[in-house]
Design a protein around this ligand. Structure first.
Ligand SMILES: [Zn+2]
Ligand SMILES: [Zn+2]
Length: 421
């Protein structure tokens, strides 16, 4: 008979018990350890090894640390990988690894992960004493997983970041209709607590697509600010373009991310209503780094700045602040309007706030059309009751204290505290 004794499988949250961002959980069984996520805290100004959690084997060699398992490709879950000791086994989804590599030439703090094993939907991995079952989930990051981990006869379930209203909502429904059984402890994200009322729901991506189409129906060059790594949103924008006869202008970075998914059902070169615009800053970057190879695949679909004005009323441009100069050079501002299709919290400070001011100075209002990457409380309740864990531990939330208002069997754990699974 298998031992059910607790104590042999322990866990501690390093970051996440009281914050969104910087998630990191350490698991230990039989003297072996793994980490779930190694995120950069949202408030961190820079990636620095001073931010590494206090885990033996992250800075120096330690035989007990077997692997770091990354749930998905958002920086608040992987962002400290670049500053930990090279040579630690890193595990993540194959598409996530490709997307991080594809993004590297375009983003600051770039990082090409060296991944030893891949997460794949419901394909069991054994790492030391840990039997890991990944569940592909609906989230604003592509190739995101929840993880079930079994060791010493005990079962932990980590939701990762999850939602039920994106383009992969069916994955959530499958999880709650056929949930893993005998979960002793569930670590569940609670991003929407404090952001959404108990009975309210976030709009789904179809509703976002409809609102975008309505907006695209009005004249003017549409500048849309969305994350190129939010694939669901790129699809909504593309479909809204098709519905309104507009051409979507994607930059090299967005095209490379789409290509890295390896998914033939996503917009690509040769599809209608899609052109590639290479903004000035990317052209300079390519010349500086002699990366002309990056342009090669997109030659046939490129549109040049001189021609954008001609099709302005029939174009939607994926826009980021570094492209303001392109609009100056192309005299495109007069006929332009802007949509913010990201979390509106980013408009309160930093580059988002600066962009908002710059647009207002040009007389351009920002229309916000967005839905969350995280589950509403209604859906979190469905998840918690489907898995029915012995204990539910809050993570990735600013409001762990409210969990017991909504869910059963809640046990709060502090950052840094070891506990039995
Ligand atoms: Zn995320
Ligand atoms: Zn997150």
């Amino acid at each position: 008979m298998q031992s059910e004794s607790s104590g042999a499988f322990r866990a501690r949250i390093h970051r996440g018990a009281q914050q969104i961002g910087g998630s990191c959980i350490e698991l230990e069984a039989g003297g072996q350890r793994i980490l779930l996520d190694l995120g950069l805290p949202l408030a961190a100004a820079d990636v620095s090894d001073a931010l590494l959690p206090d885990v033996e084997g992250l800075r120096g060699d330690h035989p007990g640390l077997n692997a770091i398992v990354i749930s998905h490709g958002h920086g608040d879950h992987w962002g400290l990988l670049p500053v930990c000791r090279p040579g630690i086994q890193v595990v993540m989804g194959a598409a996530t690894a490709r997307i991080l590599s594809a993004a590297a030439p375009f983003v600051p703090n770039s990082f090409v992960p060296s991944v030893s094993q891949h997460l794949s939907d419901r394909t069991v991995l054994q790492i030391g004493p840990f039997r890991i079952t990944p569940f592909l989930v609906d989230h604003s990051a592509y190739d995101a997983y929840a993880l079930q981990i079994e060791a010493c006869g005990r079962h932990l379930f980590y939701s990762g970041d999850i939602r039920a209203h994106g383009r992969k909502a069916a994955l959530f429904e499958r999880l709650v209709s056929k949930p893993p059984e005998r979960i002793d402890t569930m670590l569940m994200e609670g991003s929407s607590l404090g952001r959404l009322n108990e009975h309210d729901r976030f709009e789904n991506e179809d509703a976002i697509e409809a609102r975008l189409a309505e907006s695209f129906g009005r004249p003017g060059l549409v500048l849309i600010s969305a994350s190129a790594q939010n694939i669901d949103r790129l699809v909504s924008i593309y479909r809204a373009c098709k519905r309104t006869g507009r051409t979507l202008l994607l930059d090299l970075y967005a095209m490379e991310i789409l290509r890295a998914t390896g998914n033939p059902n996503l917009p690509a070169i040769g599809w209608p209503n899609l052109s590639v615009y290479v903004p000035e800053y990317q052209r300079r970057h390519i010349a500086r780094n002699q990366r002309f190879d990056l342009l090669e695949p997109y030659k046939s679909a490129r549109i040049f700045r001189e021609h954008i004005a001609e099709i302005a009323d029939k174009a939607v441009m994926l826009f980021r602040p570094a492209m303001a100069r392109d609009l100056d050079l192309g005299h495109l501002w007069d006929n332009a309007r802007a949509i913010w299709s990201q979390w509106d919290g980013y408009l309160q400070a930093g580059p988002g706030a600066k962009l908002k001011v710059e647009l207002l100075e040009r007389g351009i209002q920002l229309e916000v059309i967005h839905t969350s990457g995280h589950a509403s409380i209604v859906d979190l309740k469905r998840l918690a009751s489907a898995l029915n864990p012995g204990r539910l531990v809050p993570i990735h939330t600013f409001h762990g204290e409210r969990f017991s208002d909504y869910f059963d069997n809640v046990t709060r754990r502090a950052d840094g505290e070891w506990w039995d699974v």
